[in-house]
Write a protein that binds this ligand. Sequence first.
Ligand SMILES: [Fe+2]
Length: 407
Amino acid sequence: MRIAFIGDLQYATAEEERLDLKMAQIREQSPDLAIVMGDIGGSHMKSVGGFQETKKYVDMIGCPYEVILGNHDVEYAPFDPVIFDYETVYHDVFPGKELFSVKERDGVLMICVSCERRPPEDFRTHNAVFVSDRRFEAVRSALKAHPGVPTLLVTHAPLAGSGLRRWMPLHAGATDMYLDMTFKAGRWRELAAEFPQIKMSVSAHLHLSHEYKSAITYRGGLMHLSCGVMTVCARDDIFQTRFADVDADGAVIYTLDHSTGEFRRDAEFPFDGEPSGNLSSPADGKMQLGDDLPTSVWKYGGRYYAATEKGLLWEYLPELCEFGGAIMLKGGADEICASEGRLLVRNFAGEVFSFDPESTGRYERIGGCAPPERRGEKAMRGDPLPRADFGIETEKEGNYVVFMADQ
Ligand SMILES: [Fe+2]
């Protein structure tokens, strides 16, 4: 079975993008199935017209398809009186399709999971990549009902710990880099460990090309597959669509380049062995920083806090192999102390604030206001956190900070 994964359809107009030609390029590769990965409708996102436009163009591929929704399709502001009724519009425009679907085909189970709205009482960002407990349990039930069947888990955003290339600091600083970020992200890693039949986690959302080893990663028996985009929303100006030939024995991964028309083989993955090709295996404690560089690292309660040249302070959660988020986005951390369950941060201007390291509201958010539970402090107090050794590695993806475990 050949699957085409249609990355985020964000653009000004479909005509300018020549979506008709791009869909024809996809059709030429004879996919048996297309999966629309969410964030759809171009400049008409969150509208009947936007959903209809997506349908019009995806219909041109001429094969069966699934549609999941992404964070932008379901986003909202808690006090906005007009909230897009995405479920009704979805079912009207895509009759017979489901926001959550489980299908077995050619000996492979495909579980396609849309984003949902994070409830107002737990609102952190309108961009949340959120899945409800109910839908998460439905994923688990589907896996239990199909024991041992090789499974593709298809979600709009990647799972925590994917190590897939991301554009820093955008998504990490917006608390929407991976599924259920600042919510229950760890449960997806636990699910993959509990059900090793999940062979591939397929995602979009990051709008980056496949020209990097970290566009496909392999960690703990699970392949993470990033899907590029065909439109102007590509953050590296490379327009690509991901393909995979999948059956019960394994998968072969391809890229269709919309600028050159090239269709190339990127990697292969026999499900009873290890993958090979243009991919990487991310190391624990090694995080992308893009064009930024670490300047200091502190350790607290098994976590690392990394200050950078550009003045950010990232929190690294080893249980997720990810940044939990940014404690601060500018100002530069000079010192961190612990006092009575709170951490105090002093920036290079001498200003001090404190935060509760267990609160889900501790992260500053790009485009947002200050974290709700951040408190201004008159001065530092408590015990200075120990500084930790760290490494710097530079690859095509950019700079990495490497956290060093105690020897
Ligand atoms: Fe997205």
